[in-house]
Design a protein around this ligand. Structure first.
Ligand SMILES: *Cc1c(COP(=O)(O)O)cnc(C)c1O
Length: 384
């Protein structure tokens, strides 16, 4: 019996990471210093976006992103049920409604067709935006979603928390990185330790719109600015121009983020090697997430589907393999059930997916030997 636990996801903190954090702790700035700007610039470059705004977590990033896109009380957005609750909650923070459209049964992503059907079932202007999620690390085809959004005058906020480093090749043969801001109006990433880049807590909002960028900066820091003021009484003077928050990240977290970001490209390659080994072992035996041609899955997760999901979950846990379930459909959470926005929409594909899904261990430091053990125990339980 192994005594080491194998979690579904795990951060890696190197000596170099620790060194840069200590250096920053000894510097003049613990927060609001130069590391934040450096992290933003390097992150924006890594995903090909024009602007990036670092925040204290992705949930805060989603909140100020919907505000910067103009979402208001009583407005409506469309999102997917198969995501972490925060993708939907951000709209609720401003009093907007969240309507759900079903997923594609093979990619597990928000279905373009179901989104279109939901939009067309309502009068013009009913919805304001779409919040698709690059679930498990698989990029949403934002080129297609952009066409749909343009036809109905909607914005797109890409929840890219699972997908730094993921991309797809569009119809013009251009490589489109998740969060690059070409087809979506803004995107959000998370630096929670289970995600690709660990800052403890942290997040990033990216956009190519200068207007959205400026609003994000204001909202991140109380709505207070020293720029573009209506009056100026001296060097100390500032204006609070809108009602904002303190959603800032610290400099030592940003220093950790810079160090981790430098390893992400390599991490995504390793995640894909791990996924290739799973697929080779499961092909023809166990269903897993489909990878469309010309897409690179950044693989925050590796999800399989099995009929006796609870049985497999318990069996793996008995063997100290801490597989996890992603996710309980958001519309099934008590808070959303009680609100019950679009209860007549068919979300059966999301519910069927949830009854079968289980995420196997996926992180760059997962050893081949550990992965073999996971594969062996999974196939052993399924008896295939
Ligand atoms: C993790 C996650 C979030 C929230 O990230 P935090 O940084 O923990 O706030 C939002 N959306 C998705 C899809 C996530 O996986």
């Amino acid at each position: 019996m192994r005594n080491k636990v194998i979690p579904y996801g795990r951060q890696e903190v190197t000596d170099e990471d620790i060194k840069v954090v200590i250096e920053t702790l000894k510097s003049d700035f613990l927060t609001q210093g130069p590391k934040i700007k450096e992290f933003e610039e390097k992150f924006a470059k890594s995903v090909d976006a024009r602007y990036a705004v670092a925040v204290n977590n992705a949930t805060a990033g989603l909140h100020i992103a919907v505000m910067a896109l103009g979402l208001k009380e009583g407005d409506r957005v469309i999102s997917t049920p198969i995501t972490f609750a925060a993708s939907a909650n951000c709209a609720r923070f401003v009093g907007a409604e969240v309507w759900f459209a079903d997923i594609d049964r093979d990619t597990y992503l928000l279905s373009l067709e179901k989104t279109r059907e939901l939009i067309l079932s309502k009068p013009k202007g009913f919805f304001k935006g779409i919040i698709p999620v690059d679930f498990a690390g698989l990029p949403v085809n934002l080129e297609d979603f952009r066409k749909l959004a343009n036809e109905h005058d909607l914005w797109i906020l890409e929840d890219a928390c699972h997908a730094p480093g993921g991309y797809f090749i569009d119809s013009k043969e251009q490589k489109q990185f998740c969060g690059n801001g070409v087809y979506a109006d803004a995107a959000v990433f998370s630096f929670h330790p289970v995600k690709h880049i660990a800052c403890g807590e942290g997040g990033m909002v990216t956009t190519n719109s200068e207007e959205v960028y400026k609003k994000l900066l204001l909202l991140r820091s109380h709505g207070i600015t020293k720029e573009n003021m209506s009056e100026n009484h001296g060097g100390w003077f500032y204006e609070m121009q809108t009602l904002g928050f303190n959603y800032r990240i610290t400099d030592f977290q940003a220093a950790l983020g810079i160090s981790q970001l430098a390893r992400n490209e390599r991490g995504v390659i390793i995640r894909n090697e791990i996924s290739d080994r799973y697929k080779k072992a499961f092909l023809g035996k166990v269903k897993f997430q489909t990878l469309p041609e010309n897409f690179l899955n950044a693989h925050h997760l590796f999800v399989i589907e099995v009929n006796d999901r609870k049985g497999l979950y318990d069996y793996l846990h008995e063997n100290k393999i801490y597989a996890q379930i992603h996710y309980i459909p958001v519309h099934k959470l008590p808070y959303y059930k009680e609100i019950g926005y679009n209860t007549d929409t068919d979300l059966s594909k999301s519910e069927d997916y949830y009854s079968k899904c289980i995420s196997l261990p996926m992180y760059p430091t997962l050893s081949a030997e550990e992965q073999d053990f996971v594969i062996m125990k999974t196939l052993e339980f399924l008896n295939v």
